[in-house]
Design a protein. Structure first.
Lengths: 109, 114
């Protein structure tokens, strides 16, 4: 069974800092990887989708990379803002979606 | 374009009562998922539909949970009878297809069982 780990579980940074969130997985046989953000009491909002044949995707201040051989994906957030405060989850599609438990990010003004 | 719509957003019931959740996926999305999310955890799959067919219901507790997706569009998830441990957020998601499709979630239905 695919195991997905996100470290750290929580992160607090001052506004303006660049930061990296990590997602590790045990089985490299995946079709795609998706990053989400979840605000308290809300559903998951899709941020970036990386297809199996791709190595990275960018959207605004967000950049996600995928290295299947090492079982890792990173989400890079540039120039963090208080509005980025949320929980960030990664999900992998193998024969179903496997989710990490998320990293809770707090950006301090 | 409308996103995934779920109702109700919140539901409080006594244990042993029945409850139902409704989901309307994004138009044209063939694949529909129901997930359960406990506080501080990632979503856990309950059931996945391809059109009308439930292709993965291995995680669905069939003694008390049931789901249907009539006409391959809207879906309903039912719990009868509810137990205290069922208190959680029930998330519906949809994607264009079952492999490479991007997953989109609704706002979720928060269930509290007293």
């Amino acid at each position: 069974k695919q195991e997905v780990t996100q470290i750290p579980a929580a992160l607090s940074v001052p506004e303006g800092e660049n930061l990296v969130l990590n997602c590790s997985f045990t089985d490299s046989a995946i079709y795609n990887l998706q990053w989400f953000r979840q605000d308290p009491g809300k559903g998951l909002t899709s941020l970036l989708l990386i297809q199996s044949s791709q190595r990275e995707q960018t959207s605004g201040r967000l950049n996600a990379s995928l290295d299947k051989s090492s079982g890792r994906s990173t989400l890079y957030i540039a120039a963090s803002q208080p509005g980025d405060s949320a929980t960030y989850l990664c999900a992998l599609w193998g024969n179903q979606f496997y989710f990490g438990t998320g990293t809770s990010l707090t950006v301090i003004p | 374009e409308a996103g995934v719509v779920q109702s109700p957003r919140y539901k409080i019931i006594e244990k042993k009562q029945p409850v139902a959740f409704w989901c309307n996926p994004i138009s044209g999305h063939n694949t529909l998922y129901w997930y359960l999310q406990n506080l501080g955890q990632g979503p856990e799959l309950l059931i996945r539909y391809e059109n009308e067919e439930a292709v993965d219901d291995s995680q669905l507790p069939k003694d008390r949970f049931s789901a249907e997706r009539l006409k391959g569009v809207d879906s309903t998830l039912k719990i009868q009878p509810a137990e205290l441990g069922d208190s959680a957020v029930y998330l519906c998601a949809s994607s264009l297809d079952d492999r490479a499709g991007e997953l989109f979630f609704g706002e979720g239905s928060r269930l509290t069982v007293l």
